[in-house]
Write a protein that binds this ligand. Sequence first.
Ligand SMILES: O=C(O)CCC(=O)C(=O)O
Ligand SMILES: [Fe+2]
Length: 581
Amino acid sequence: MAAPKRNYPQSNGKDPKQQKRRLRQLAREAGERAYNGNGASPNPPPLPKEDDGKGLGTLFSHPYGALPYGNIFMSSSDAVRQNGLGDMRCLNDEQVVSVLQFVGAKDLSNAVLSSRFLYVTGHHEELWRDLTLRKFGSTGFDFQSSWKDTYVHAELKGRDELNIFCEHKPISIDGIYSDTFFRSWLCRSFALQDSWLAVNTVCTENAKDLTTERFLSEYEEKNIPVVVKGATTFWPASQKWDKDYLLEQTKDVTFRATSAVAPLPAQFTMESYSNYCDSATEEAPLYLFDRTFAKSCPTLLSDFAGPLKNSCPFFDDEAAHGHDLFSLLGNGKRPDHRWLIIGPKRSGSSFHIDPNCTHAWNAPIRGRKRWIFYPPGVSPPGVFPSSNGDDVIMPISLAEWFLSHWNDHVKQRSNPDKSRRPLECTVNPGEILFVPHGWWHCVLNLDDGMSVALTQNYVSKSNLPDVLRFLSKRPQQISGCRDRREAIQPDELLDKFMARMEEERPALLKNALEESKKGWQCAAWVDDVAECTVAKKEDKKMKSSVLERARMKSQNGFTFAGDSTENDSKGSQSGFSFSFL
Ligand SMILES: O=C(O)CCC(=O)C(=O)O
Ligand SMILES: [Fe+2]
């Protein structure tokens, strides 16, 4: 395993002997710290710093001391890596992490003791998250302040050793130059920039001034988003849903949370998920997207379902204007349509189009949400739908999208063709957002603690022609029913829906079928694949490099959006396959 002798750059002018002495000293100190108590460092890394007074904090240094690779040129050596990896040094850092993904908890714990570089690599949060989810994901676990502690805690549960369990404290190591570790850290701890929140181009209305007629004619029929202010302020949900209430109402219930980059979903109690939201820092946090809460926690449903009819009559499920036509299929049989969404700061939904050609509303109850919309048929930067629309590739996390595609996004704001410009807004508790069908959107949760929201998807008169066309032309993209036996399956959905419409709303059906024959009314879907905007020449070069990256990431455990195991619901965080075309 001995590394070959090499001359390392001496750019900082330090004496190599002195350097060696320093490293030996460091190793001795690290050994002493490990011996003296669970690896606790006498010099813990800097604590999170609130830098702008608005609660949008920055964690500014990597807890294990990793620096971007470029810093190596200011250093005298990369011996920490070379010596620490031995024969594995020919692998790049992502590959080293991939190798460690095959290692069990015991071996990983031993690996972290074998060198400073493996100490840092072996504490990569995602490795311990995956071990935890594989072993305890389906039975549940109490989230501690890190995934490693969570694993150890779950493993020791019920055993005497739990009494001597103490929190792991990272040791900051000199000489770790790694874009892999630094980028991942940046993506979980970046400060939310003021400029990301500065532009608000989505229309707004006051609930008291917005009649159903105006909502339908000015927004739903034109298929444009709108934020309705003061719409949910008096919902019992808005008044009551603090942490204690949610814990009380959800006792004995577990919720599923997923992340497109995690190998498996996790079952959380609300208490454990709340702890997770308070302390987890991950690039793509597990997002609680629960479609069963109305059944498992009926009080939560009653805290908004009735009041919605009064405060937002245009979203009333039973309104005469034919809102929520899928309800004719019957509860349980219809595709999933209602979700409780909870996540920590920086969690959210990567770019997607909502399922089955539906419209939606989304109401944040606790915590603000930042929304970015791209019009139907205009792919957001960094997002590549396949030409048949079955798959959507967004090989990076939501965090990395903000960090790396922001400038492209800003350019799109001044696209000479106004109809291709994105729209954006921050939605606050008390407000409700209309999400029209076919629009791409991504959502970032902005505030500390648990962000809690409700969302419901629907088919109404305005999108019925497109929905009928979608069910007939894109059956492979139908979602929200495949993993539930009682639900109507994709091959029957169109027939059963038309039959129920024929019984209950024959005139509406007749009209919609006529319209539907004329073609798609929303540019998100076209019949001729050649017309697909993403196939345009200028996108091609970019697309192939992104595909290559996505391929590499998928080998390293990242998923293609279309590969999501959650191909069947709205909420798999960045694993969306909701379709285009
Ligand atoms: O993360 C969120 O709150 C947004 C979810 C979403 O995309 C939706 O409700 O359509
Ligand atoms: Fe959505």
